[in-house]
Design a protein around this ligand. Structure first.
Ligand code: GUN
Length: 293
């Protein structure tokens, strides 16, 4: 029987622990964790993600602030806001929602966030700590950290002897995911659009992680029987069966055909997605404890 991994339930446990930790911090220091989320422009999907981040921060008992800036905001204005948030003692975490409008230099903005407030784990200091095996003092990118919790539910903490394939090589997901799997002793391959034979690489993977942003790209004959399949894709596709103009969310994995082959598989929605937001809250509470410890 295939295990369908319940990301909602795993996220709810993380949120429960974070809420308790936030309450304890407030009781002991009189100070709540503070999260600032910055969004530039009008992308509807980004606005939806950011609202749910701000809402969840409130639900966890955090101070939650959202800065919504116009599409034509200049680099200077955005960097000045980040500098202000860096200096604000009530703010422990600063998240600038990506992608930014094309005229802005995302990397310069991300690198201007104080590493200890970089709850996205994107600053070179945090990426470098992860890459050099410092699991204690940095902050790890939320989606890979959440995906890793789901992998551990199936395999435990030690992945010795297991082959893992991560499809996708972004700084936000693919690279940190590969580092986390490697730190847990998996034998890790990173596949991407220039890889020669992704299906063959996939068929060798005991743990297959798909983060390419292509709807249902991973097919049943890519999956090694019994493998753990983690689907990080969120793709909106037309769903004419639901009515004209309707859409549905699908992952990068063709769930219906892959599920019978896999040993465990995360669904979309309800898999990795809820974990991302939960890990953002976890990173914020960690940053708050470090700032007040
Ligand atoms: N855009 C899509 N996912 C993310 C994320 O995890 N962090 C940020 N900052 N932007 C995103």
């Amino acid at each position: 029987m295939t295990t369908v991994i319940d990301g909602k339930q795993a996220a709810a446990s993380v949120i429960e622990a974070v809420t308790a930790a936030a309450a304890a911090l407030e009781r002991d220091t009189g100070r709540r964790p503070g999260l600032a989320v910055v969004i530039v422009g009008n992308d509807p999907a980004s606005h939806a993600y950011v609202s749910s981040k701000s809402r969840m921060a409130k639900q966890c008992g955090f101070k939650s602030v959202q800065h919504t800036l116009a599409e034509e905001t200049s680099q200077e204005t955005l960097m000045a806001l980040v500098a202000e948030l860096n200096a604000d003692a009530e703010i422990d975490g600063v998240l600038v929602q990506l992608p930014l409008p094309r005229h802005l230099d995302s990397d310069a903005v991300i690198q201007s966030i104080l590493p200890e407030k970089d709850v996205d784990g994107l600053h070179v200091v945090n990426a470098g700590k992860l890459a050099t095996g410092d699991a204690e003092t940095g902050l790890v990118s939320c989606t890979p950290a959440g995906a890793m919790i789901l992998v551990r539910q199936i395999h435990g903490r030690d992945l010795s002897g297991l082959n893992a394939l991560v499809i996708g090589r972004s700084n936000l997901f693919g690279k940190p995911m590969a580092q986390l799997l490697l730190a847990a002793n998996a034998t890790v391959t990173i596949g991407h659009s220039k890889s020669r034979d992704l299906p063959a690489l996939a068929r060798n993977a005991d743990i297959l992680v798909a983060a390419v942003g292509r709807a249902e790209m991973v097919k049943a004959d890519w999956v090694k029987p019994g493998a753990t399949v983690i689907d990080v894709g969120i793709n909106r596709v037309p769903a004419p069966d639901k009515g004209e103009g309707k859409t549905r969310l699908v992952g990068d994995v063709a769930f219906a055909e892959c599920a019978p082959v896999a040993g465990a598989i995360s669904p979309v929605p309800g898999g990795v997605g809820p974990m991302t937001i939960a890990m953002l809250m976890a990173n914020t509470v960690i940053a708050a404890y470090r700032a007040n410890g």
